[in-house]
Design a binder for this molecule. Structure first.
Ligand code: HEM
Length: 401
């Protein structure tokens, strides 16, 4: 009888899967999670295996507690095959280069409006960036203003993987936002057609069977853009953490060097822990690296471990944006190597469609943080690996001058 690792996962957080893989003979972990047979895999060949629908499917893979907090019920994350492809295309049409430039401009304007109010007082960069990103994404999507959006999106991300108060706050935040946004969708559908804001595109999107999404599902997918955009605030806090520890990176960012800023953004995504792994279920009796995996088993792809694997990354625990600029840059950006937001082709599989948005927003906001003149007061800068999602313990507090 295989041991159940649920308790170890809760206790060890990000370290559980990489440690377990290192402790196995061939980097494949065979275990149980919540009583279900589970396999933990990692590395580019594992990513290729995982992102092939003949091997791994998502229907029934996302636990109810994660749907009730992070993704919402009926979300694109939980679909397979044609239904998935069709819904995914809706997201991808919204994330063109021009639209992303508009999003960055909206967010920059929100930063410029907010920043003077930060002077002379301690500000959590995570919370401040969340408010800026919520303002920017709401304007960009065409959502009516709502003072709770930033806090609710942060709560949904912060509470998805834990029991207790954070989890209940996440559920309440999702209920509030889904209710509000399904009313917004209903009002919009009652009005005249026309307009191509992301809100309108989602509200009028027709599924592969020709039907409009239910109001609830439309609200879920609106939140699947707003929430992760606000979550870029975690990466902004990590960017400030990196600039505090390795201040030499400040000058190239201050000079507005866009290529460096993008490399810096990639290294923040690689180096700091955010999504620990992605999971799916075996589509049939499948085999990976000599392991027979019975149909329905849980399969986890180790994102955090792969981003720190010394076989793929020289000196993986060194923060070095040059990895994404020098001669190794192409290999570093390989779609099956850097897996912070999943792997493979976003149109054909579940890889995050918001990666270009994330990189564009983070590059711009990293420059803005580097240009901000601030003191870093004494605080707990530790980033605990047993907390999922983790963050600098005090939220990365700065006192702008
Ligand atoms: C904050 C940085 C972000 C991180 C770390 C992140 C990470 C991820 C990961 C790990 C997945 C799952 C991939 C899989 O299941 O195989 C994912 C999926 C997804 N992400 Fe992101 N993401 C981020 C930002 C964004 C942004 C900015 C957007 C939208 C504007 C977005 C929208 C989505 C959607 C819609 C999916 C589901 C895709 C699917 O199931 O096909 N994400 N993301």
């Amino acid at each position: 009888m295989m041991r159940d690792s649920s308790a170890a996962l809760l206790v060890k957080g990000y370290a559980w899967l990489p440690d377990s893989r290192r402790g196995s003979a061939d980097g494949v972990v065979e275990t149980r999670l919540l009583g279900r047979r589970a396999y933990g895999i990692g590395g580019p060949s594992a990513a290729r295996f995982f992102y092939d629908e003949r091997h791994v499917r998502r229907t029934g893979a996302v636990p109810g507690s994660v749907q009730a907090t992070l993704f919402g019920r009926g979300a694109v994350h939980t679909l397979d095959s044609l239904e998935h492809r069709h819904r995914k295309a809706m997201f991808l049409t919204l994330f063109t280069t021009d639209r992303i430039a508009d999003l960055v401009a909206e967010t920059g304007a929100a930063w410029d409006t907010a920043a003077p109010g930060w002077v002379g007082r301690p500000v959590s960069l995570l919370d401040a960036a969340a408010a800026v990103l919520a303002d920017g994404v709401a304007r960009w999507m065409g959502l009516p203003p709502d003072g709770d959006l930033a806090g609710d999106c942060v709560a949904m991300v912060d509470g998805f993987a834990t029991a207790g108060q954070r989890h209940w706050q996440a559920r309440a935040a999702r209920r509030r936002q889904e209710q509000r946004l399904s009313d917004v969708v209903a009002t919009l559908r009652d009005g005249r057609a026309g307009g191509d804001t992301p809100l309108e595109v989602i509200a009028r999107h027709r599924a592969d069977d020709g039907h409009l999404l239910t109001r609830g599902t439309a609200a879920v997918e609106i939140l699947n853009i707003a929430r992760p955009t606000v979550a870029v605030s975690w990466l902004v806090a990590f960017a400030a953490h990196a600039l505090h520890r390795w201040p030499d990176h400040r000058d190239p960012l201050r000079s507005g060097d866009r290529a460096f800023a993008e490399a810096f953004a990639h290294e923040v995504r690689r180096f700091y822990p955010f999504a620990p792994f992605v999971g799916g279920r075996a589509a049939g009796d499948v085999e990976f690296a000599g392991h027979a995996i019975p149909t329905g088993s849980l399969i986890l792809l180790d994102l955090y471990g792969q981003n720190h694997d010394p076989a793929l990354w020289k000196d993986p625990y060194r923060f070095d944006p040059e990895r994404f600029l020098g001669p190794d840059a192409e290999a570093a950006r390989d779609p099956f190597t850097l897996v912070s937001q999943g792997a493979g082709n976003p149109a054909a599989g579940h890889r995050c469609p918001g990666e270009p948005n994330t990189v564009a927003l983070l590059s711009d906001l990293a420059i803005r943080v580097a240009c901000l003149d601030y003191d870093v007061p004494p605080q707990d800068l530790d980033i605990p690996l047993d907390r999922v999602p983790t963050r600098p313990r005090d939220g990365m507090i700065v006192v702008p001058r």
